[in-house]
Design a protein around this ligand. Structure first.
Ligand code: FE2
Ligand code: FE2
Length: 240
């Protein structure tokens, strides 16, 4: 609980320092300042009781937003419209760094072994782990193809489209199954004390890798990519 309080304090001060230290993010921070203040107030309240499942699920929210960026690139490919490959490279880097090297490592190191030890959902866990490996291969392909200068060649565009589609097709059911089956069952394979302690461990790991307030920094990075791509404005998705 002590580290939660410390984190709440650092999160509040980090939000201020972050906007001073990162001028490139200043515009976005100012633009949505009222909403962000409200979000931080809510997070301060949730800090007292953030659970491993909530942590993992909001990380899926980041994954989902990158999947929307992948969707948009598929649309551009289908329309044969030229696009700036650097946005896709950056999106794939978020997947590698935040989803594969962090979020999935939490699942592999802290969740999967406990389910296996308890003899629960073992087949599901095996499939999820196999899919993590397949995801890494697809991300390597997506990153390489997005960065290549020969993307104008039809064969490369086809290969990139195939890799993006395969990634989307696997990750939507993957994360939905984790959200609705694996994460809700997690409490049943650990004690309440261990469950609470793991919440702290996850936060410590996040702070180590991404710095204080790291989750919100990654969300901001994804928002910047959405803006460059023209899909940031949520109201654009409301049917007219
Ligand atoms: Fe997973
Ligand atoms: Fe996951």
């Amino acid at each position: 609980m002590e580290s939660r309080t410390r984190r709440s304090f650092l999160q509040r001060t980090g939000a201020v320092c972050g906007s001073l230290a990162l001028p490139t993010l200043a515009l976005a921070t100012q633009e949505k300042a009222p909403a962000k203040e409200k979000d931080n107030d809510q997070n301060d309240k949730h800090d007292e009781e953030i659970s491993p499942a909530e942590d993992l699920m909001r990380e899926h929210g980041v994954l989902n937003r990158v999947l929307l960026i992948y969707d948009e690139h598929l649309r551009l490919l289908a329309a044969k419209k030229p696009f700036d490959g650097s946005i896709l490279v950056s999106a794939a880097d978020v997947i590698r760094r935040f989803v594969e090297d962090y979020h999935e490592k939490l699942e592999e190191n802290f969740l999967f072994p406990r389910f296996r030890k308890a003899g629960k959902l073992v087949s599901l866990v095996d499939t999820l782990e196999t899919q993590h490996k397949a995801g890494r291969e697809l991300t390597a392909q997506i990153r390489e193809l997005a960065a290549t200068a020969t993307l104008k060649l039809v064969s490369d565009a086809d290969k990139l489209g195939d890799a993006l589609r395969a990634f989307l097709r696997m990750y939507r059911p993957h994360e939905a199954r984790e959200d609705t089956v694996l994460f809700p069952a997690f409490r049943s394979v650990v004690s309440p004390h261990e469950y609470a302690a793991l919440g702290d461990d996850f936060e410590k790991k996040e702070d180590e890798l991404f710095g204080e307030d790291g989750f919100f920094k990654v969300v901001d990075q994804v928002a910047q990519l959405e803006k460059k791509l023209g899909i940031y404005d949520l109201s654009k998705f409301t049917p007219k």
